[in-house]
Structure formats: structure tokens, C-alpha cells
Design a protein around this ligand. Structure first.
Ligand code: NAP
Length: 279
């Protein structure tokens, strides 16, 4: 058994992704959602231990809270101070963060893009942005510029990239090879603030700064085509939504729990079907 802990988890796509993966791999496994509110993280990890649950995904608000209850942390989880996946290694519970690896795997699958030597701009400085900043720097990016409305969180995120990290303003998008939207601006129901075009759609940067030759990766997957993706595609950029990162980070977790390679196509098809059903 594997599962996800967090609150709320009712709309999580993780059960759909992992159960499709287990089925396609012929594994007699099941993945379940456990609603665990803030304050319940340590108890949930104790439950994992005593019930013999093999793997857990961890989502809001427990990503930092579970850390003291674990036996070990992998380097990404340690650097980010956030765990989104727990697996067993020699009877010990190990906390990992699969977001960065999932993001890079998605970039490779969607665009055959290797960030080594690339100029990257990350819009946002929250949990997802921090994982992306760290991953891009570790993958050898030439620069990782963080653009965020709150300067202090931007500085903290940029510091994860060490010497190649810096805080920038939205003008920096113009010179980027890769632009990542890690804000909720453009997310359905987010009610975001438009930064361009007055009453127009919520955009995390001015679209006129985007041009052909750039990759614009939006981490949002609801809607599947965000206002930023539409605007960037209209200006000749290549675009992707957040489904790749979601599925590829799940694939990293899947491998760490089962030792098997997941069928990514089966996982993507299951998410597509579920999103279609929900729409
Ligand atoms: P988070 O920790 O709450 O961070 C949100 C970031 O967006 C912060 O930097 C925040 O700026 C900024 N922001 C929020 N509202 C804004 C506004 N109205 N105007 C300008 N900036 C704003 O959230 P998160 O967990 O990192 O998630 C961010 C996005 O990534 C969400 O859309 C989420 O769905 C997506 N995501 C996708 C995946 C995936 O697998 N595809 C995984 C995780 C997250 P301040 O610092 O100023 O508050």
C-alpha cells in the first residue's frame, strides 16, 4: 500500500496517477488518500511505520511538519526543508523531494531540453519555485533568476541556486532561454492579479517580453492551457503545462517505492481522463 497525506486531499490527482501506474505494471498495490490536517504529520508517519505502508506522498500542510518523524532525508529534501515523498530503505523511513527531478524529467520529455548552460527565469518563490530553482542550478544552469512580488522570499529561493542564483525583476524574462511560472497566476479560480493588460487575464509577466526560441513552462495544469501559455505560444515560444512535472515527480516516487519503472503513458492517460471527467 501507498498513499498521500495532507489536507485537503479530496481533489488530489495522485491516487489516479499511481493506481494507473500500479495496474499497468501488474503490481498488486493500491494508493489511497488520507486526509491528515496540520498537527497530524508525526502520527501519520508513525502509522506508516506500524501499518507497513511502503510509500507516502506528502502534500500541504505537512511537507515540513513530517521531517522530525523521519529517519533520514535525501539531499533535495534537506536543502528545501520540504518532503513530498517518503520511502523505506533498509527499514528506515527516508524523506525525499521529487518535484525538482520531476520538473527536469518533464522538460527533457517535452522539449528535449537540458538546462546546462541555460539562462533561466523562475516566476514565484514558493515551494514549487524553490524545488525548480534548486534543480536548475544542480543541472548546470548558467543563471537562475527569481522574480517574485515579495523580495525576502525571492532572496531565499535564489540562494538555493548558489553562485548562479539572483533576484531579478520581470524584465529579465526577455533574455531567458527558459521561463517557469511557479505562481498561481492563471490558475483556474485563483483570482490572480493581472500584471499586464489592465483587466486582462492574470499573467505572471508581460507577454511582450517573451519571444520565439524561448521555452515557457507553466507549472499550472488547471486549466491545461493557461493565459501565459496562450500569450507565449502566440509569440512563437514553446510551452508546456504542469502535468509533466506532476506525472514525472510521481514517477520518481513510484520507482523509489516499487523498484519498478512506471508506464508514463498509462499515468498521463489516466490523468487526462480524470481531468476530462471533472470538467
Ligand atoms: P506557494 O508556496 O503558495 O507560492 C506561491 C508563489 O506565488 C509565491 O512566490 C507568491 O508570492 C506568488 N504569488 C501568489 N499569488 C500571487 C499574486 N497574486 N501575484 C503575484 N505573485 C503571487 O505555492 P506553490 O506550492 O509553490 O505553487 C505555485 C504554483 O505551482 C501553483 O499554481 C501550483 O498549482 C503549482 N504547482 C504545480 C506542481 C506540479 O506538479 N505541476 C507542483 C507544485 C505546485 P509571495 O512570495 O509574494 O507570496
Amino acid at each position: 500500500m501507498a498513499g498521500v497525506i495532507g489536507d485537503p486531499i479530496g481533489h488530489s490527482l495522485s491516487p489516479v496517477i499511481h493506481n494507473a501506474g500500479f495496474l499497468a505494471a501488474g503490481l498488486d498495490w493500491i494508493y489511497v488518500g488520507f486526509g491528515v490536517p496540520s498537527g497530524g504529520g508525526a502520527g501519520a508517519i508513525a502509522g506508516m511505520r506500524s501499518l507497513g505502508i511502503e510509500g507516502l506522498s506528502v502534500t500541504m500542510p505537512l511537507k515540513a511538519e513530517v521531517i522530525p518523524a523521519l529517519d533520514e532525508l535525501e539531499p533535495d529534501a534537506e536543502a528545501l526543508g520540504a518532503v513530498n515523498c517518503v520511502h523505506r530503505r533498509d527499514g528506515r523511513l527516508v524523506g525525499a523531494n521529487t518535484d525538482g527531478a520531476g520538473f527536469l524529467a518533464g522538460l527533457s520529455a517535452d522539449f528535449d531540453f537540458d538546462p546546462s548552460g541555460a539562462r533561466c527565469v523562475v516566476l514565484g518563490a514558493g515551494g514549487a519555485a524553490r524545488a525548480v530553482v534548486l534543480a536548475l542550478a544542480r543541472a548546470g544552469a548558467r543563471s537562475v533568476q527569481v522574480v517574485n512580488r515579495t523580495r525576502s522570499t525571492a532572496e531565499a529561493a535564489a540562494s538555493l541556486a548558489g553562485a548562479v542564483g539572483s533576484v531579478a525583476d520581470a524584465d529579465s524574462v526577455t533574455d531567458a532561454d527558459l521561463v517557469v511560472n511557479a505562481t498561481p497566476l492563471g490558475m483556474h479560480g485563483a483570482g490572480g492579479v493581472a500584471t499586464a493588460g489592465g483587466d486582462g487575464p492574470a499573467l505572471p509577466c508581460e507577454p511582450q517580453r517573451i519571444g520565439s526560441g524561448q521555452i515557457v513552462a507553466d507549472l499550472i495544469y488547471h486549466p491545461l492551457r493557461t493565459p501565459l501559455m496562450e500569450a507565449a505560444a502566440a509569440r512563437g515560444a514553446r510551452t508546456s503545462n504542469g502535468l509533466s512535472m506532476l506525472v514525472h515527480q510521481a514517477a520518481v516516487a513510484f520507482r523509489s517505492w516499487t523498484g519498478a519503472d512506471p508506464d508514463l503513458e498509462a499515468m498521463v492517460a489516466a490523468v487526462d481522463a480524470e481531468l476530462g471527467h471533472r470538467a
